[in-house]
Design a protein around this ligand. Structure first.
Ligand SMILES: [Zn+2]
Length: 219
């Protein structure tokens, strides 16, 4: 066990620690010899190796989590593989991509998310609009920094495609919320009553978005 760093100072005793990168740090008095330090490390070998194993496992978890991506509320890993296809493929269990470059990967993920959102959410928007006889003008799908959706005075609806990372009931809630704005241009008690009449458990979805919304923006 070789220390990553030996810090000598005016202290009186030897001490060892393992930092967040699982590296061994030794703090020693100025007069202590390298042999004494070696001996001290050997004495503490068990403690050091236990500590390092623990921290390395935690580091691995963090790395694994970074490679996971949300789709309809579940996390899926990204696998890098040499395929003919230059876009992202999703096989129901994992995303497969050819690129390891983070920016390129984010770009192709975003265009995949946008495409999927259109496939999944737009038919639902028209389904709820027809079912409840709500008249909409135009629908646009785009990434928005602060909003999940909006409805203009002319009943043009914008939806944020990053919502495709959220569970379906959350997507439905945002759709219904914006659709109800075609009749109530505010968040009055009547507005919420109408939302509830279409989606009785809307509050769960609203809550999910408040708690987890940041995860959808942090691609
Ligand atoms: Zn609103």
């Amino acid at each position: 066990m070789t220390p990553h760093k030996i810090i000598k100072s005016n202290r009186r005793t030897l001490s060892i620690s393992v930092n967040d990168n699982a590296e061994l740090i030794v703090r020693a008095p100025k007069r202590v010899s390298n042999d004494q330090i070696k001996e001290f490390i050997t004495e503490k070998a068990n403690w050091i190796s236990n500590k390092q194993t623990l921290i390395r496992a935690r580091l691995n978890d963090v790395k694994k989590e970074q490679k996971m991506h949300l789709y309809l509320g579940d996390l899926f890993p990204i696998k890098i593989a040499q395929t003919e296809d230059r876009e992202i493929i999703f096989n129901g269990k994992e995303f497969i991509t050819t690129t390891q470059n983070k920016d390129a990967l984010n770009l192709s993920l975003k265009s995949w998310y946008k495409k999927k959102f259109k496939e999944v959410a737009i038919p639902r928007l028209f389904y709820f609009a027809n079912k409840h006889n709500l008249k909409i003008n135009q629908v646009r799908v785009k990434e928005q920094k602060t909003l999940w959706g909006s409805c203009s005075s002319k009943n043009n609806i914008n939806l944020n495609y990053l919502l495709i990372m959220a569970p379906l009931k959350v997507i439905d809630y945002v759709i219904i919320h914006e659709l109800v704005h075609t009749i109530h241009k505010n968040h009055s008690a009547n507005f919420w009553k109408s939302v509830e009449s279409i989606m009785p458990n809307y509050d769960d979805a609203r809550h999910w978005l408040k708690e987890n919304g940041y995860k959808l923006r942090n691609l």
